[in-house]
Design a protein around this ligand. Structure first.
Ligand code: GDP
Length: 428
């Protein structure tokens, strides 16, 4: 379909990268529309295994234009490193475009992020310390620097003087740290910016032209619905919007509606960082699923918290994403479990609800489980739904019923071809 969006319906780490990589095979343009290098996508393909943090997952397809959109916060050093790593392993990066209105993330943003997490101690948000909250805060405070300013060096230097003055008020006045040196910030910006400046342009124009030419465009969300700044488990959220509806602003899609929203949903739950997690497993089952699913953060290597599938959170996530279909990932990881559980409701202060509440209620919620038989078979080479063990089929059909959307793709392994296509998905 011409315009599709791939987004997470849980807490992120659902495996969006591999779904985008799969759907990007038939896309002309792939666009990141929010966030920075605070999460990572793992993609496995003919070039090897990659962890992408800033580059869109379409970079492995040489005919695809890859866009870093306006809604992003870009650490120039991290982007330059990622470009070097990916191109150093033989991937051509010809079709890269970086929005002139995206926000630059500076080293002092990383420092401020870490200082604030340390100040909070036990009450920390579980930030990746990559500077995301401070850089988006600065954008809203109108203290941000736009990527396109790299093309105006004199203006940039003048602007940086004011921006560094502001950062130093925070570093010295709030945290009692030494100030950062303007000359160092200028040097850092020019050095890494030089690596990127040729790709900077008005990306909304790129999207507009692609729309006019009837090209197929794929927007790639980072993190998941429950980490959205407005609709997620605030304040344990990210500082950008990871909802499909934001792709119009953050990606620059103004001329036409979205045709399809693919919600990526994992066959069990994982959470990285802090915040309430109703179905968390702190036992051997959780450890087994973590190991089989290699549930360690792509950005930081932190072990992820693991739990049973949460249908209450997932249904809410599906709804706020406006998902029209679901890609279910990592079903193979549950193979070998004698039984599998689904949280169908929350018990809160004696009552039951299937609505996803605010944090104060979430912290008090106990899971109400439906238990289903598990399956023993290795399903990683299955390619047709009918060939899955009966118990796995029943599990998928029950999830479909609970989230009220068709599950069109089911992934059963990390490789591009480890996929069951049930009905034709957008772009696929
Ligand atoms: P993203 O940020 O949503 O793209 O998620 P990650 O990159 O953190 O997620 C997924 C991890 O699971 C990576 O290591 C993938 O290679 C792996 N993965 C993705 N899909 C599957 C699957 O269907 N089965 C298995 N076993 N691993 C998968």
């Amino acid at each position: 379909m011409p315009v599709s969006v791939v987004v997470g319906v849980n807490w992120g780490d659902e495996g969006k990268g591999r779904i985008v990589d799969y759907l990007a095979q038939s896309a002309d343009v792939v666009v990141r529309f929010q966030g920075g290098n605070n999460a990572g996508h793992t993609v496995v393909n003919q070039y090897g295994r990659f962890r992408l943090h800033l580059l869109p997952s379409g970079v492995f397809n040489p005919s695809v234009t890859n866009v870093l959109g306006t809604g992003m916060a870009v650490d120039l050093e991290a982007l330059a490193q990622e470009i070097d790593e990916v191109s150093g392993r033989g991937v051509p990066l010809g079709g890269l475009k970086v929005s002139d209105r995206a926000t630059i993330l500076f080293p002092f943003h990383r420092e401020l992020d870490a200082l604030e997490e340390d100040r909070l101690g036990e009450r920390r948000y579980g930030s990746t310390r990559r500077g995301i909250a401070p850089v988006y805060g600065d954008r809203y405070l109108k203290k941000g620097v736009q990527m396109g300013e790299l093309l105006y060096p004199d203006y940039l230097r003048r602007h940086l003087a004011g921006v560094v003055e502001w950062a130093n008020l925070l570093l010295t006045g709030v945290y009692g740290r030494p100030p950062c040196e303007l000359a160092e910030v200028v040097e850092w910006t020019e050095r890494h910016g030089a690596r990127i400046r040729d790709w900077i342009c008005d990306t909304s124009q790129v999207i507009g032209e692609a729309v006019q030419e009837g090209k197929s465009i794929l927007f790639e969300g980072q993190l998941g619905a429950l980490r959205d700044l407005h609709y997620g488990t605030y304040p344990f959220v990210t500082s950008s919007s990871c909802l499909a509806s934001f792709c119009r602003v953050g990606g620059g899609l103004f001329e036409r509606p979205i045709d399809s929203v693919v919600g990526v949903m994992k066959a069990y739950s994982t959470v990285i960082g802090e915040g309430p997690f109703v179905t968390e497993l702190k036992d051997a089952t959780g450890d087994r699923i973590r190991e089989r699913g290699a549930e360690y953060g792509a950005a930081t290597g932190r072990p992820r918290r693991v739990g049973w599938f949460d249908a209450v959170g997932s249904r809410y996530g599906v709804r706020i994403q406006g998902a029209s279909e679901i890609a279910l990932t990592k079903l193979d990881v549950l193979s070998g479990e004698p039984e599998v559980k689904i949280c169908v409701a929350y018990r809160i202060e004696g009552g039951e609800t299937d609505r996803f509440p605010l944090n104060p209620a979430l912290e008090a919620a106990e899971p109400v489980y439906q238990t289903m038989p598990g399956w023993k078979e290795d399903i990683s080479s299955v390619r047709r739904f009918e060939d899955l063990p009966q118990a796995a089929q029943r599990y998928v059909l029950r999830l479909e019923e609970l989230v009220e959307r068709p599950i069109t793709l089911i992934s059963v392994g990390p490789e591009r071809e480890s996929m069951i296509v049930r009905r034709r998905a957008a772009g696929g």
